[in-house]
Design a binder for this molecule. Structure first.
Ligand code: BDR
Ligand code: CA
Length: 338
């Protein structure tokens, strides 16, 4: 069993990732830490506290950075709703008092010191809290089992600017700092997560037939996904959604489902057009690699595990192959990093 901290900017796909992690016996969810990203940290923390309640999780939720290290915060309410859950929490007037702890980075460091290599961090938002944790105690952070970061795009187009993925775009300085620190980092980038797509009809059928998910959690997932999918339909013409953050959790549930390559990854921090762009040098050799990049995934095994754990259902292999596996940029890029 791997002990994990989820550092999140929850977020609709973050919520799915947290539910997936909570239902994975391979993982022991130690703590949820929150960071501004999709929505400001107060909204993120409210969402984490709501998920903690609905999933009956016995853990701490610790709030973290409200702003990126050096720049103004960029959020994505058009993708996730103003509350980060497609309007579900605000619509139902759910608010937790005393949400603010402001100690996410310190608590991450405490866990790193206590658990060492037994701890992995699944980072599904901007890397601001992680940068503060590394600045606080780099030695302890270098000794953990590693960080899995959903973020970056290495051989395709971004989802925020032409060449940038959202988590890297929001706080490239934090990503740069962590990359230069010597901590073990695995990237689960956008060009990988966009190879898997969840069509609306499949999600609707899973939600309609589930005997596992019920009550308020089911309503939350249904409403937040409806908002998230409406965004994709409107902007990309895609009727369904991506599972960016759950795929990062999957890289800890079972790393053997993934193909990784060693790389020296850099993040642009000052380009006018390219700030937040991630670049990979694959000429690995002694001293040349600071990360691994996930370039391939067994989509069938991931989707099967995800559907079983969230909904208690399966998706047929034929439907998966026909409707869920895609390569947004065409075959010419599909094996570029493999
Ligand atoms: C990432 O950005 C956020 O909008 C999602 O939650 C995910 O972590 C995808 O680029
Ligand atoms: Ca996220």
């Amino acid at each position: 069993m791997t002990r994990i901290i989820v550092d999140t900017d929850a977020g609709v796909d973050d919520a799915l990732a947290i539910i997936y992690a909570a239902h994975s016996p391979e993982l022991l969810l130690e703590m949820i830490t929150t960071v501004s990203g999709n929505v400001p940290v107060e909204e993120v923390t409210q969402n984490a506290l709501l998920l903690k309640r609905l999933l009956s999780l016995d853990l701490d939720v610790k709030s973290g950075a409200s702003l990126p290290l050096k720049r103004q915060l960029v959020t994505a309410p058009e993708v996730h709703g103003g509350d980060g859950l497609g309007g579900y929490r605000i619509g139902n007037n759910i608010h937790f008092k005393d949400w603010r702890t402001d100690d996410a980075a310190e608590k991450i460091v405490e866990s790193a010191r206590r658990l060492g290599r037994k701890l992995k961090i699944v980072s599904i938002g901007p890397m601001t809290n992680l940068a503060y944790a590394v600045a606080n105690d780099g030695d302890a952070m270098r000794k953990i089992g590693g960080i899995v970061q959903m973020g970056g795009v290495f051989h395709g187009y971004g989802n925020t600017t032409t060449f940038t993925e959202f988590n890297m775009y929001v706080d490239p300085d934090a990503a740069d700092f962590v990359l230069k620190s010597g901590v073990k980092l695995d990237f689960v980038p956008l060009d990988l997560t966009e190879k898997i797509f969840m069509p609306r009809n499949i999600l609707t059928s899973l939600l309609n037939s589930t005997r596992k998910m019920s009550g308020e959690l089911k309503t939350l997932v249904t409403q937040s996904l409806s908002y998230y999918m409406a965004y994709h339909r409107h902007t990309d013409g895609l009727d369904g959604c991506f599972l960016h953050d759950p795929i990062a959790v999957a890289a800890v549930v079972n790393p053997a489902w993934f193909k990784f390559v060693d790389a020296f990854v850099s993040v642009e921090t000052s380009g006018i057009l390219t700030s937040g762009m991630t670049l990979a040098d694959l000429r690995t050799g002694k001293g040349r690699s600071n990360s691994r990049i996930a370039t391939g995934i067994d989509a069938r095994l991931f989707l099967d595990d995800f559907a079983r754990k969230l909904f208690g259902r399966t998706i047929s292999a034929r439907v998966m192959k026909k409707d869920c596996m895609r390569d947004r940029f065409g075959p010419e890029f599909s094996n570029a990093l493999q």
